[in-house]
Write a protein that binds this ligand. Structure first.
Ligand code: NAP
Length: 291
């Protein structure tokens, strides 16, 4: 089995490091040829992982794992023709939803990613977890067998949509308020903010139900309890993106839920407001980014 990982960031480098240990021919592909310094499990033991550029590729792969940010996907799709064959298994290791339909191949799956890490320049620090959830299919089962001798846990799901929506909802509340409020998780200390976050989640849950994804009644309470467990100083990816003046994954998270809300003609005033604020912020980058 030949494998490529596209996107030498926190998630992609972690997956590549584990795969290279059992399949040294595994390629980590980036926009340019470079070397990443990878620190597994927040240790100081550095591993060098080589990144190949698209120009150096003259083969197709049986499995391609795409781990770029969702707003970076457009340019990756244009490269797939040279890297994928009709039977390639393509896994999107990204947050958000709605990206699968953009990829014109037969075996494309959205994964739910539980790998925590951070990339700064060409250094990647992996903090914790190595987990990806994907739909159970003959091809993903084959990949799971291959990965069983690595730390990457591939969890096969009968209903991946449920897992995707749960992560979408968890991202929806805290990412929205920390990014717009320019504050870390301590923003939830203000009771009115906590109520606002709850209102956003209630609307997200309503959209999920209309999509036929059913969650128990206490789901919003459960997610609020997860947020409560976050240390005050903890930021979210969208908070850091705003603070660092970077594009946001807004279209794949708030934008996707907003679009589904419009489709079902639901009234979602809190969701609409946060989406419009974040979209407006993100628009400043769309002249230079592909989407
Ligand atoms: P990241 O660290 O920013 O990595 C993205 C990588 O993709 C960067 O190295 C970037 O390189 C590269 N890239 C951009 N455009 C590319 C292209 N056209 N071809 C090849 N490579 C390209 O992002 P991440 O944190 O790994 O996140 C990836 C996905 O996983 C996101 O959807 C994120 O929400 C999700 N996720 C992340 C975490 C986490 O803890 N990090 C946890 C759960 C889920 P350059 O821009 O330097 O060229």
């Amino acid at each position: 089995m030949t494998i490529a990982i596209i996107g030498p960031g926190a998630v992609g480098t972690t997956i590549a490091a584990e795969l290279k240990a059992i399949l040294p021919e595994t390629k980590l592909i980036g926009r340019r040829k470079q070397s990443m310094t990878y620190f597994p499990e927040n240790t100081s033991k550095a591993i060098t992982i080589d990144v190949s550029s698209y120009d150096n590729m003259n083969q197709t792969f049986d499995v391609i794992i795409i781990a770029v940010k969702t707003h970076q996907l457009g340019t990756v799709i244009t490269q797939l023709k040279a890297l994928a064959h009709p039977d390639t298994l393509i896994i999107l290791a990204q947050n958000g939803y709605g990206q699968v339909q953009r990829i014109p191949y037969q075996h494309v799956h959205q994964a739910v990613v539980y790998i925590s890490g951070q990339k700064v320049a060409n250094q990647v620090t992996h903090f914790r977890d190595y987990r990806l959830h994907v739909q159970d299919t003959p091809k993903t089962r084959e990949l799971k067998t291959l990965l069983s001798s690595t730390k990457i846990e591939l969890i096969l799901e009968n209903n991946i949509e449920h897992k995707i929506w749960y992560k979408l909802l968890v991202n929806l509340g805290i990412n929205s308020i920390t990014a717009i409020g320019h504050q870390t998780a301590k923003i939830l200390q203000l009771p009115e903010m906590s109520q606002l976050c709850r209102n956003i989640l209630e609307e997200g849950l309503k959209v999920a139900q209309s999509e036929g994804i059913h969650f128990p009644k206490q789901t919003v309470d459960d997610i609020m309890a997860i947020y409560k467990g976050y240390p005050d100083e903890m930021g979210t990816s969208m908070y850091y993106d705003v603070m660092n003046q970077q594009p946001l994954e807004v279209e794949a998270i708030q934008g996707y839920i907003y679009e589904r809300a419009r489709y079902h003609q639901l009234e979602t005033p809190y969701l609409d407001s946060v989406y419009i604020f974040l979209k407006s912020y993100h628009r400043q980058f769309t002249q230079t980014e592909s989407e």
